[in-house]
Design a protein around this ligand. Sequence first.
Ligand code: MIC
Ligand code: SF4
Length: 629
Amino acid sequence: MGMTITGKILKAHTGDGTCEVGREIGLIIDQCLTQDSTGTMAWLEFEALGLDEVQAKRVVSYCDHTSLGFKGESTDDHYFLQTIASHFGAIYSKPGNGVCHQLHYERFGVPGETLLGADSHTPTCGGLGMIAIGAGGMDVAVAMGGGYFYLTVPEVLGVNLTGSLNWGSSAKDVILMILKEISVKGGVGKVLEYMGDGVKTLSVPERATITNMGAETGATTSIFPSDEVTRLFLRGQKRESDWKELKADEDASYDDIIELDLDMITPQVAMPGMPDNVHPVEEVAGTPIDQVFIGSCTNGGYADIRKAALILRGKRVDPSIELIISPGSRQVLQMLIKDGSFEALIKAGARVIDPGCNACIGIGFVPGHGHLSLRTVNRNWAGRGGSKFGRIALCGAELAAASAIKGEITDPRELDPVKVDMIDYIVDDLLMLKPQGKKVEIRRSPNIAQLRRQIPLPDLLEGEVLIKVADGISTDDILPAGPSTQHLRSNLPEISKFVFSYQDDGFYARCREKNGGFIVGGENYGQGSSREHAALAPFELGIKAVFAKSFARIHHANLINVGIIPFVCDTDEMKQGDRLSIDVTDLRGELEVSINGSKKIPVSHNLSERDIAILKAGGLLAYTKEVKN
Ligand code: MIC
Ligand code: SF4
């Protein structure tokens, strides 16, 4: 039986275990990336491993989320990251250089290699034919140190693309249609592997838009073949020698296949709430908007912003709204300056900001009370833009630009088609700093708090249910990003004050008063980002276990890594204030939790032998040290 691309890369990188669907393997990681908001922890964790330098083939530490340095603490974090990366042998991408995912596929991604990144949108590099996976900081720290990344071998969902996109529809609409079809849970335990004749009609940046937002389906990652289109892209980036062809065998077997005719794709909008709340534009056209934002790691590429500039050229942004343009990288910005797009955008009344994430997670341009912000980003749940009172809808660049002109959601097909003629990529690595080694002293500010030592798991867990939350709770619900927390990512005691602050502002005080306890959730608990802080901060507050109906992959791993047990049970039986007790001496045996000393209900988990050993040791760092000694 022939193999898929996913199967080929996973097999070639299996360092421990047998590469069969459903089995746990230790994956050899070629490249790692960190960014500033998860990176301070990842680097502290790497340091705690006691190694001399990074061991993975290539490690890049990016500064993009708070690159504007909106608070002194963030600037302190940047200098910490710059010096620690240099000290331990990693490349550092300076603030203003762009968003990690955009930069990584431009400058470092290599078809056929593996990438582990401390950010959930790491799969963006799947657009180049990499197995690129998002993970929590501790997993990335271990991989930077040359350790395996452990994962359950996913199924492969083939997505067969035929035809080609018509004017008005874009790669963003492709992934929005997929989300509509399979939902925010449809990719769990799977890799989305693209194939078919339609693939060759998509550029690498378009493929990267699709693999980027595959993260919103819950998929482990997404991948495209590496073909002539990939070769031309890498040639443009002056690194054609990194190219190699990658394709599935003719008789490759997929666990399932979705068919998608690109000719049938029409412009779509994901209305506020969830990324799968997708509607054809006709259903929502005319809805008033207050803001348009074009950029991010999903649609911050040259062609997207060029398209917007061509649409806006000679016109003006509706005066009742604002338009913000955030190029994905300095390369993109330079190209937009060169071809006149920058000028066209400014003349139309747009505000063009420094390449980086910033506004995508609410650092600046936070939507006002009840406002609707139409964005080309990838997430639209409540609070995402930095305020729980703002609302976000998602779409592609041409729909966003057309809507900016009218001040309401607009079908781009109402406008004359525009065509992007590609110009040469401008390759300039000025802000990519090469490591200088041990002579570089690590700069630490008082905001960089020490990590708490991980201690072995006790035999009995007892305490109160401190909060009960609904289905689909995201890591943004657990620990909001945005202006109140972004500068505190290196300071767990301080950031932990914001856990569940949008849901219940008494949660922190309750944790302190009760000396910790339990969280109860519903389905897909912890969906969304790789934000390890959504596990580290509850740990800081004394949370011992989370009981939920199901968990999202990265958050599940993060909980284990910090030493919090993710239990699966019928949480309808539990409510806030219940006293729970559970004997965890034997996590391999039958488990039950006692509720208020009387009722007992069965509890299960999805823990591997290794997960159990990690939890017993108190967390991944303690375990890794234990195994090493
Ligand atoms: C996000 O888009 O939610 C983030 C901010 O990039 C996160 C990482 C973080 O919380 O720092 C992610 O996607 O993992
Ligand atoms: Fe940055 Fe937004 Fe992409 Fe997250 S989703 S990496 S915040 S641009």
